[in-house]
Ligand binder design. Structure first.
Ligand SMILES: [Zn+2]
Length: 495
């Protein structure tokens, strides 16, 4: 079992240390001085933060995830009109706005390939739920009490939470499309957050049985309006996908009709599958519908041949490890996806249940997979000879692989000249990140939300010095909290 990467341009631990990195001699005063940053407070100076035409991040350790750029122990990232114009050791940019990131690690913004963003308002109610309880309560009850403004507030705060944690792109799987207004306000929430998002328009949440139990109801026609009116350009910061029910939850006729319609519009397709049992991929093969535009969420109980079919047809898998292990869906399938050649990605799924940050989810996915890979050797009473999935491969899961799965890898997922500037700056001088002896390990295995110092989304600075630069969330915070409480009260989950 070997899932390391040797061709990805990353430096090995040995070569990094041999380079005499500046990061190895961090001043203690800088370390202590930065403790307490990154608490997510808002600075309140600019509704969507700074947006200079030219900006340079100076003197950071750049983890590019681009084989041709590699890791720069000390380098600059130059951004012009929202695009990464240059990456190098010392870039001349006399008239650009300078952000000094010495002592920090600059990485591509994370790509969260699966999030029901709307559930931010009902945060932390499902931590002890099984999958059946989730289906009955969240999709059978809570989702029916969402009004359009609840969708707006959930998506606004849920998306800003992602930016705060260094995640600059999400696939927002929206299954409370209870009316066109619900969908419009949800998209407004993503727009006002300033995040890059693929809005996966799903079914309504007003009748769980009708939409999720062998559903004979085809996807709502409103997606055609959204496609024409709200998402006219495929290269905007916000783009459209179709969140279909798929073979586990809908009839063959509906599955075929839904996928055909999505393909007529030329938009990607995401479906939950394989968390109840195997067979969905065989069904799609039988119907002649497999393709590289399909994103399978979970896939825990797929048979090996199903992973092979996804790999052979260019599809992707979204692994959401905490939710999958808790709710009894099965073990995370990231290793099986990788072995089969399917695009492996990581997602959060729901903050009604688990932590919303990609640090936690990526680490969980990788460490669980290592445990699964080690298990036969351990059970034979022997010692393992190597660890599967190295840190650089793990970082790819959370960045470029997510971008590939969403069809966005020509624009995001790595620090590559010509791509859009979606960047996260992680403080390497905090008490839990200093000293940075291997910047990739710092990002993957050491850092957390509290270390996210600065974030750029599509070239706009949305977080700086640990403070969010979004005035809308200050204005809407009270309404957001009340929205979640009202929904829980009406659902019988709060007094
Ligand atoms: Zn989901």
């Amino acid at each position: 079992m070997r899932r390391r990467t040797d061709d990805d341009g990353g430096v090995s631990r040995r070569s990094y240390l041999a380079g005499g990195a500046a990061a190895l001699s961090l001043p203690l005063s800088g370390c202590l001085g930065s403790i307490g940053g990154g608490n997510g407070d808002t600075a309140g100076d600019g509704s969507l933060g700074e947006d200079p035409d030219r900006l340079v991040l100076r003197n950071g350790t750049v983890v590019s995830v681009d084989p041709s750029v590699g890791v720069l122990e000390r380098g600059d990232v130059y951004v012009e009109d929202g695009e990464i114009a240059d990456v190098g050791e010392t870039i001349e940019a006399a008239d650009a706005t300078e952000i000094d990131v010495e002592g920090s690690v600059v990485a591509p913004g994370f790509v969260n390939s699966h999030l029901h963003t709307w559930q931010a308002g009902v945060r932390g109610v499902a931590g002890n739920w099984t999958f059946s309880e989730y289906l009955d309560t969240m999709l059978g009850e809570v989702s029916s009490h969402y009004e359009p403004e609840d969708a707006y507030l959930g998506n606004l705060f849920g998306a800003v939470e992602q930016l705060n944690a260094g995640t600059t792109t999400i696939l927002d799987w929206f299954h409370i499309a209870n009316s066109p207004e619900h969908s419009d306000r949800a998209v407004d929430g993503l727009a006002d957050a300033g995040i890059r998002a693929v809005f996966a328009h799903g079914p309504p949440g007003d009748d769980g049985a009708r939409w999720w139990e062998a559903s004979a109801a085809p996807h709502p026609e409103d997606i055609e309006r959204l496609h024409e009116e709200r998402f006219p350009a495929a290269d905007d910061r916000l783009t459209l996908a179709m969140g279909i029910r798929g073979p586990d939850y809908a009839t063959d006729e509906v599955v075929e009709e839904d996928i055909t319609r999505a393909r007529e519009m030329g938009i990607p397709i995401s479906l939950h599958a394989g968390s109840l049992g195997p067979g969905a991929v065989y069904k799609l093969e039988e119907l002649g519908l497999l393709g590289d535009d399909l994103n399978f969420v979970h896939g825990n109980r797929f048979e090996d041949a199903e992973f092979d079919l996804i790999g052979d047809t260019g599809g992707s898998i979204s692994t959401t490890p905490e939710v999958e292990m808790q709710m009894g869906m099965g073990m995370p399938a990231v290793g099986k996806a990788m072995d089969a050649g399917a695009i492996p990605t990581v997602g959060v799924d729901i903050v009604s249940n688990v932590s919303g940050d990609m640090f936690t989810q990526t680490r969980s996915a990788v460490q669980v997979q290592r445990g699964l890979d080690n298990r036969p050797t351990v059970e034979a009473g022997e010692q393992i000879s190597e660890v599967s999935i190295d840190a650089h491969r793990a970082l790819q899961l959370a960045t470029i692989d997510g971008a590939r799965a969403l069809g966005l890898d020509d624009r995001i997922g790595s620090i590559t000249p010509g791509k859009r500037a979606d960047l996260v700056v992680i403080d390497g001088e905090d008490i839990n990140t200093s000293p940075v002896n291997d910047p990739v390990e710092t990002v993957v295995f050491q850092a957390g939300v509290g270390n996210v110092d600065t974030v750029l989304a599509d070239g706009t600075v949305v977080k700086r010095d640990g403070d969010l630069l979004n005035e809308t969330i200050d204005e809407e915070r009270e309404r957001f909290v009340e929205s979640g409480r009202r929904v829980l009260r009406e659902s019988g989950l709060a007094d």
